[in-house]
Write a protein that binds this ligand. Structure first.
Ligand code: GLP
Length: 260
């Protein structure tokens, strides 16, 4: 796990976008793993800017979202399919038929989850997966207690997550109780994982998953087993880390050839 502490979300957006740009230049047909929530927005803004400024080309790229609410009709503005389209894919030249989201409106959810896993495999797996983290340590919608080996499936949301996400809905009652999400085992197969966390509210979850034990109780802690996980934090999100100075020192002295 590489922990990089930066002054703010602008710098985080630039660094993550630079890694995605480098990937796309080397591999134009790369498969990107997309996340929703506020944390990845500076990355999407920077990618959109690089696309319109310098012609960063997404025309051959593929994208897979992490998760989706169950019970929202297709086209609902807060469905993750729509959020991903609004915040990112509509702002670059990716072919919308190459953008995939788990189908939370399917009649047969287990079958939809299986076919999502199949589509991921058929595309060759995710090259770079963007992640946020929930205040309870969830990634995707893998709440505490999720199997560390889980695959795409239906899950129930913890009340804390429903409350955290209520800001996107008319009120708490409108937040779905069920979701479909890539499993922790699915996410672990991405070749590079880039997790973004900003703000003091994330500091306890960051402390737990970076420096605590690997445990299903803190799902993001599974990333300690990932061979290429990059954790991008602002100062506030990093404020409870014991080894913050060591992470800063390591990043400052990192050989340039290593990249992210
Ligand atoms: C939702 C998403 C997660 C995201 C989390 C944190 O629960 N399913 O993928 O990481 O929110 O969101 P935010 O970045 O807005 O704090």
């Amino acid at each position: 796990m590489e922990v990089v502490i930066l002054p703010g979300s602008k710098q985080i957006g630039k660094l993550a976008a630079a890694a995605i740009e480098e990937l796309l230049r080397k591999k134009p047909e790369a498969v990107l793993g997309l996340a929703t929530g506020s944390s990845p927005l500076p990355v999407y803004d920077e990618l959109a800017a690089r696309h319109s400024r310098g012609g960063l080309d997404f025309s051959r790229a593929h994208a897979f979202a992490l998760d989706e609410y169950v019970g929202l009709e297709h086209g609902h503005p807060e469905s993750y399919r729509e959020v991903i389209r609004r915040e990112f894919t509509s702002r670059v030249n990716i072919d919308e038929t190459n953008v995939h989201t788990p189908d939370g409106a399917a009649e047969d959810l287990p079958a939809a989850c299986r076919s999502y896993e199949d589509a991921l495999q058929a595309a060759g797996g995710v090259d770079l997966q963007l992640l946020g983290v929930g205040t309870d340590g969830h990634i995707g919608f893998n709440e505490p207690g999720s199997s560390l080996a889980s695959r795409t499936r239906i899950k129930s949301l913890i009340e804390q997550t429903r409350r955290d996400n209520a800001r996107f809905f008319p009120g708490l009652a409108a937040v779905p109780h069920h979701v479909v999400t890539q499993g922790l085992g699915t996410i672990m197969e991405a070749r590079h994982v880039v997790l973004v966390a900003t703000g003091a509210r994330k500091a306890p979850a960051v402390r737990d998953f970076v420096e605590g034990p690997v445990s299903a109780f803190c799902p993001a802690s599974i990333l300690q087993f990932h061979p290429h996980a990059t954790i991008l934090l602002d100062e506030a999100a990093a404020s409870s880390l014991k080894l913050a100075d060591f992470y800063r020192h390591t990043y400052e002295h990192k050989p340039a050839w290593q990249g992210l």
